[in-house]
Design a binder for this molecule. Structure first.
Ligand code: BGC
Length: 579
């Protein structure tokens, strides 16, 4: 099995690699495999492509990478529809490639998270295919949620639940004789049937999946929709969403679908599996939960002792770019996580959200997720989500703020996540032609929401024209804007003023200065429009959200996201100062 040993090389590159608490302050880089690097030049990224860029990630200075699903999958939800949890999609490579990735990453001092998708499988999963072929009430069907329909002929769904991607959360099967059969539940796409976690065979299956990858040397798992899985067995109707006409997915307390009490036992069971590895060379393995839950106390339950290690804190991602909002997120998050001994994490973007440059370049900066094709912005109060209409983005402003946000994020106590391309300042691609849109949201919303493809456009590595070194010459699976010639990693590497250089410098300082790991955060009062604090006694961080330039505490400027103007910090900029 793949295993990392304590080579001097690791110690040189990442002094915290063997620290059992490495994950508490780790900067984790998210790789979306389809769009990262295309070694076999077929238009889609692959595992060998990721391996080829590991030295880039080590030089960038991150501590770990998280690879979004790389499993066999029909890719009807970008790989979050898993047909086999113990293999690599032939599109992306082989298990031998995965082993090579783990060995190489560990040698370079990088830990590796992969994605666990436990709420649902793909409809191509052999166990779902077997369930479809089996009779109602059979053990095969008990692995998923199969139910008779309501109404005289069973032609109404078993309840009113709505899919997260639009439309109903139930689809009807067809019997072998061609007549309509039972319905199955899918909280996401029709191709993603929900596992029945009340059936003991399902938790057992996932224990094996965890051990399969931990034995190969995987350091941890990001848990997809960690607040799903358990459901009220009565499957009761929920409040209707006025927007979709189906049950709302508002995740309120007491919801029969989300954060249902059964998730606790599942999470404790996983923690016990991770602990089986405590004495291994790589130490106990680690989990990070993906769960959008409000208020924060509900999320914090997930990181109480013996449950998961960490969770994404999406509050910064969902907050507007203002001193008040950002300060509020910090003052809320740190004590809440601290109270249960868990690190806070900071997240600016991922493969599901509008890229930070674009989000902060819109007039309304707290908006997220969906770009509507309708003329007006609209809001679904039941789902707390403002859907953006295609109002123009001020990319220059957005980039300036994204750089400031990065220095804020990387200066805060706890861990941080960097979504691929954030370090290049990539904007969302908002004009992908409709016939190329791939996200199931597009069709399931009746072509009202464009979905998440705009943040998944393949990375620009080098050169003057698409594919920008993503592959050699194959057309990438989503088109890259010509303007990305100015944003390639190659171009930015040699420019000291580039966003890539800013990230490299920030990550090097973060590793070099102990305050970033251990310095207590204490607030500085530089006015209502300024977020300012110290980490320990010798380091200050100042972010200016106001229109007036700000005078800085005396000291040496270590790094700044925008040049100071006559010694003052201008609007939408962050600086780090050694006091
Ligand atoms: C993932 C999405 C995916 C969904 C269903 C999420 O939260 O991040 O990309 O579509 O789970 O698996």
């Amino acid at each position: 099995m793949t295993n990392a040993s304590a080579t001097p090389q690791i110690a040189a590159q990442n002094p915290h690699f063997h620290d059992p608490d490495w994950w508490r302050n780790a900067v984790v880089y998210q790789v979306y495999p389809r769009s990262f690097a295309d070694a076999d030049n077929n238009g889609t990224g692959d595992v060998q492509g990721i391996i080829s860029k590991l030295p880039y990630l080590a030089d960038l200075g991150v501590d770990a990478l998280w690879v979004s699903p790389w499993y066999p999958s029909p890719l009807l939800d970008g790989g979050y529809d898993v047909a086999d949890y113990r293999d690599i999609s032939p599109r992306f490579g082989t298990l031998a490639d995965a082993d090579e990735l783990l060995t190489t990453a560990h040698r370079l001092g990088l830990r590796v998270f992969i994605d666990l998708v436990p709420n649902h499988s793909s409809w191509d999963h052999p166990l779902f295919q077997a369930a479809l072929a089996a009779a109602p009430g059979s053990p095969e069907r008990e692995l998923y949620y199969f139910r008779d329909g309501r109404g005289e002929n069973g032609d109404l769904p078993p309840n009113n639940w709505g899919s997260m991607f639009g439309g109903p959360a139930w689809s009807r099967t067809t019997n072998p004789d061609g007549t309509p059969g039972q319905w199955y539940l899918h909280m996401f796409d029709v191709s993603q049937p929900d596992w029945n976690w009340d059936n003991p065979a399902v938790p057992a299956l996932f224990d094996d999946v965890l051990r399969f990858w931990f034995d190969r040397g995987v350091d941890g798992f990001r848990i997809d929709v960690a607040d799903a899985m358990a459901k009220d067995p009565a499957l009761p109707d929920v409040t209707l969403s006025p927007f979709t006409g189906h049950g709302a997915n508002d995740k309120h307390e007491g919801s029969p679908q989300w954060d249902y009490p059964g998730v606790e036992a599942i999470q404790r069971r996983w923690r016990a599996v991770a602990r089986e590895y405590a004495d291994s060379d790589l130490g106990e393995r680690v989990f990070v939960a993906e769960a959008y839950l409000d208020p924060i106390q509900r999320l914090i339950e997930y990181v109480t002792p013996d449950r998961l290690h960490s969770t994404f804190n999406f509050d910064a991602l969902l907050s507007e770019w203002s001193a008040e909002s950002q300060r509020a997120v910090i003052t809320k998050s740190l004590p809440a996580h601290g109270a249960v001994g868990a690190p806070t994490t900071w997240v600016l973007g991922n493969h599901d959200t509008i890229r930070v440059v674009t989000r902060f370049g819109k007039p309304e900066t707290g908006t997220n997720f969906a770009q509507s094709v309708e003329g007006e912005g609209w809001e679904d109060p039941a789902e707390r989500t403002i859907r953006m209409h295609p109002i123009p983005t001020d990319v220059e402003l957005g980039l300036r703020r994204a750089r400031a946000a990065a220095l804020l994020e990387l200066s805060l106590p706890g861990g941080a996540y960097v979504y691929q391309g954030e370090e290049l300042g990539l904007p969302e691609v908002e004009d992908i032609p409709e016939d190329l849109l791939d996200d199931p949201t597009w069709e399931r919303s009746g072509r009202r929401l464009r979905g998440r493809d705009g943040c998944r456009v393949p990375m620009p590595w080098s050169g003057q024209a698409s594919p920008f070194g993503f592959g050699t010459d194959a057309q990438p699976w989503l088109p890259q804007p010509a303007a990305w010639a100015d944003l390639t990693a190659e171009k930015q590497a040699s420019d000291p003023g580039s966003t890539l250089s800013l990230y490299r410098a920030a990550l090097a300082l973060r590793r070099a200065r102990p305050e970033f790991r251990t310095g207590e955060l204490s607030w500085l009062d530089l006015g209502a429009d300024v977020v300012a604090f110290q980490r320990g006694d010798a380091l200050a961080v100042v972010v200016n959200f106001g229109s007036a330039p700000v005078s800085l505490p005396a000291g040496e400027v270590l790094l700044t996201s925008a040049p100071l103007v006559e010694g003052l910090l201008p609007l939408d900029a962050t600086t780090w100062i050694a006091l």
